[in-house]
Design a protein around this ligand. Structure first.
Ligand code: PFF
Length: 451
């Protein structure tokens, strides 16, 4: 092995890093817009139920396997298998996860690059660089290439520094700053005219939509993406966790932080859409739906900020800093997946592995940028709507059908000696063995039918 394995130095370091992975563009952008499109409060309610009843048990499977195996996903799934066939399937599943994590990073890096460009725009406007400001906010290959490159380089620099000095140190700095920025923005938006209307749409459930299969599929997909499940990020973070920590509590805290921040983001974004309407901006598209995708983040909200003049510059700066920070704490966890594999299986030094894989990711991002229309949406759909649930399914199968129940028990007993008499141990093994895989399969079928 090229270097000794890293480890989180404290409980809070792990919590902030794992929550940092979970909290990202999926929470601040994806969750509120999904809620707005799918019945507001009804979606929020279903999301919370699914996050705790389905995503949390799957997260636990990853954390337990990771901490036990102390290695990347390809090795970990082999390690917990006994037969030759299951070992091979484990290795292949691990490769599939590593590829998926790299592909997710390559599109995530493009979107995060847009956030970075929009973050710089208020600064260039303040110093009077009008043409630069236009370039920063207009869709062009040159801008997309430059900023996705910059963002991926930033991610690489953090990962290159290792678990404690890179992932943990930066998560501990960035997560509290992100929360502070978000709270400041929520207070500001709530004081604006029109915010209350958005708040109502967000919080009052439209119970007519609650059993809509589309709503349930969206909420489940959102929960899986948001908790970074399936691709081995939580597994590798779990592998850096000390054996003395109580895994069930750690997983519950991460799920709670992730869902709470998604909820808070809704308190910011949905009222902001209605403040924009109050200021005369269009918030519904031609099909009568609330603006949701890139139009919302890169048109509606920036137009709202512009209308606020000097205050708007500061708000814009704060909003896009928030987005960039949230994206960075997630992207580092994605890059750690292939980097840990390169270090552990190919004996590469961490510095070399980080730059090599960072460069490969940037090459893939560039390819997507050069063929944006056919590839961008396709990569997102394939990785997040198909691969992630499929990998989550495999993880549940490996944790409860392939691995021995006694070994799982002895792993979670570390840090929780009385686990055997807890509600968790009474419910979890059977639940992850039967219910989770079945529910994930139903969700996948739903996605296939809808496409
Ligand atoms: N959880 C992140 C978000 O909500 O934006 C996205 C993510 C991170 C997905 C890490 C997958 C992953 F491995």
């Amino acid at each position: 092995m090229a270097s000794t394995r890293g480890q989180f130095s404290s409980k809070s370091g792990f919590i902030l890093a794992a929550s940092g992975s979970a909290v990202g563009l999926g929470n601040i952008w994806g969750f509120p817009t999904n809620a707005a499109e799918n019945g507001g409060g009804a979606f929020v309610l279903i999301y919370f139920v699914l996050a705790f009843c389905l995503a949390y048990p799957a997260l636990m499977a990853e954390l337990i396997i990771g901490r036990h195996a102390k290695s990347n996903m390809a090795n970990a799934l082999q390690k917990i298998s006994n037969g030759k066939i299951s070992k091979n399937i484990g290795r292949l599943t691990g490769f599939y996860a590593i590829t998926t994590a790299t592909l997710i990073l390559s599109f995530y890096g493009i979107v995060a690059g847009w956030m970075l460009a929009y973050l710089l725009e208020p600064l260039s406007t303040t110093v009077g660089l009008t043409s630069t400001s236009t370039w920063l906010t207009e869709f062009s290959r040159s801008r997309n290439l430059l900023f996705s490159g910059l963002f991926i380089a930033l991610t690489t620099i953090v990962i290159r520094a290792g678990v404690e000095q890179g992932i943990e140190k930066w998560s501990c700095r960035l997560m509290p700053s992100m929360l502070a920025l978000m709270m400041a923005l929520i207070i500001y938006v709530m004081l604006q005219e029109g915010a209350l209307e958005g708040l109502k749409l967000y919080l009052i459930p439209d119970f007519n939509q609650i059993s809509d299969p589309k709503l349930i599929a969206s909420a489940l997909g959102q929960a899986f993406f948001s908790l970074s499940l399936g691709v081995g990020t939580m597994l590798i973070y779990g592998s850096y966790l000390s054996p003395n920590e109580n895994l069930t509590t750690m997983g519950a805290i991460v799920t709670l932080v992730d869902s709470s921040i998604a909820f808070l983001a809704g308190l910011l974004v949905i009222p902001a859409i209605f403040v924009a309407q109050q200021k005369g901006l269009t918030i519904y598209n031609e099909t009568g739906h609330l603006m949701a995708g890139p139009d919302l983040i890169f048109q509606t909200l920036p137009s709202l900020f512009q209308g606020m003049e000097a205050a708007g510059l500061v708000i814009s700066l704060v909003f896009f800093s928030l987005m960039t920070i949230a994206a960075l704490t997630s992207s580092i966890s994605m890059l750690e997946v292939p980097v840990s594999y390169a270090i552990e299986n190919h004996n590469l030094h961490r510095h070399k592995a980080a730059w090599l894989i960072g460069t490969i990711t940037f090459v893939i991002s560039s390819f997507i940028i050069m063929n944006f229309d056919p590839l961008f949406g396709l990569v997102i759909t394939l990785t997040t709507e198909y691969s992630q649930p499929l990998l989550g399914f495999m993880m549940c199968i490996f944790a409860t059908w392939v691995w021995h129940r006694d070994q799982i028990l002895s792993e979670i007993r570390n840090g929780h000696p009385r686990i055997e008499v807890s509600l968790f141990w009474k419910v979890w093994p059977g639940y992850v063995r039967y219910c989770c895989p079945l529910l994930i399969l139903i969700m996948l079928a739903q996605t296939i039918i809808n496409h």
